[in-house]
Design a protein. Structure first.
Length: 341
């Protein structure tokens, strides 16, 4: 049974897809790696990794000039203190700054003087070559993927293809840490997040069985909804929620994904059954639009006043995760206590 929301009210006492929105043969003493399995000793180079295309990629030395062709992966690299010198950018929007970088890590990119490259969808090989990279990062999926250009990129520098749709931010951080020689920082970030999630879980004391739906609401369109297998679900489970699963019959995705299902507007009432609904890349205005939508008026979360905006975009990295945890520490009013009241 769904726990009574009157029992779930939480008063905090402390001040916590968008994009689914050169390869060499391994040396005799080297091995490839599958995700999560290192085939080298930390701190030692060269090293060979097997990327998401199942290609063994030999990286001769610790990278010093990294180009990210995926703006969705750039934040994860910056969180590792990896030497990113340039990155592809996102189209102008409420989630990006003037350079086309996501706002939750744009200040870091500015401080480190990361050059904005082309906007995604406008691939420019010459611009990448001019950066003289010694490692190039490519997304396997999403609107910022340049998989079709991997062959050309590998003529410039070792190029790693990474699938961020089938990994949580922690797995992604570990993989990128191995590729960039920043394994220690990846471990530190993971420990910091785990410690903070644990502390918040105790503070929030969400009753067992409390369910949550997590959506990037697109009025009258197709909305991405977090899957139980995705990184958002993992984070929210750590905080004490049980994330609602999307019935397969409502998922319009054209390719297998672990992070989001894509649900049509007419099917949202049958899908968003959580005690609470969290809106990604949203503000209070967007939350008002959601709660005022007559088609969604009977949702449990709307009825109880438990619809909450999260300003972070779809892709979770270290910075976005910290921002969500900031929300729960400082701004979350408690279930059944809508911010809009």
């Amino acid at each position: 049974m769904r726990p009574s929301l009157s029992r779930i009210a939480v008063a905090l006492c402390l001040g916590i897809l968008a994009f689914s929105l050169g390869s060499c043969a391994a040396l005799p003493d080297e091995q490839g790696r599958d995700a999560g399995t290192a085939a080298f000793e930390a701190g030692h180079w060269p090293r060979t990794l097997t990327d998401s295309m199942h290609d063994p990629i030999r990286i001769p030395a610790k990278p010093e000039r990294i180009v990210s062709t995926s703006v969705g992966l750039t934040g994860s690299l910056l969180a590792l203190d990896a030497p990113v010198i340039a990155s592809a950018t996102a189209p102008a929007g409420p989630d990006t700054d003037g350079d086309g970088f996501f706002k939750h890590w744009a200040d870091v990119a500015s401080d480190r003087k990361v050059d904005p490259l082309y906007e995604i969808g406008k691939f420019d090989l010459e611009e990448i070559e001019d950066q003289k990279p010694d490692l190039i990062i490519v997304a396997a999926t999403g609107a910022d993927s340049e998989v079709d250009n991997v062959g050309a990129l590998r003529k410039i520098a070792p190029t790693i293809v990474v699938d961020y749709a089938d990994k949580d931010w922690n797995e992604l951080s570990k993989l990128l840490g191995e590729a960039t020689g920043t394994e220690e920082r990846a471990e530190q970030n993971s420990a910091a997040i785990n410690e903070r999630v644990s502390a918040l879980r105790s503070m929030l004391a969400i009753p067992s069985g409390t369910t949550a739906s997590i959506i990037s609401y697109a009025a009258h369109g197709i909305s991405p909804i977090a899957k139980t297998t995705g990184p958002h679900a993992q984070l929210f489970r750590g905080l004490g929620f049980t994330v609602v699963s999307t019935p397969k019959k409502f998922d319009t995705s054209t390719q297998p994904r672990e992070d989001f299902s894509f649900v049509s507007y007419r099917d949202l009432p049958a899908t968003l059954t959580g005690d609470a609904t969290f809106l990604l890349a949203a503000n209070k205005k967007a939350t008002t639009a959601f709660t005022s939508d007559e088609s969604l008026a009977q949702l449990p979360s709307v009825q109880s006043g438990s619809v909450f905006p999260l300003t972070t975009a779809h892709l979770l990295d270290y910075y976005a995760t910290q921002k969500i945890l900031d929300y729960f520490e400082h701004d979350f009013p408690g279930l059944g206590s809508s911010e809009l009241e």
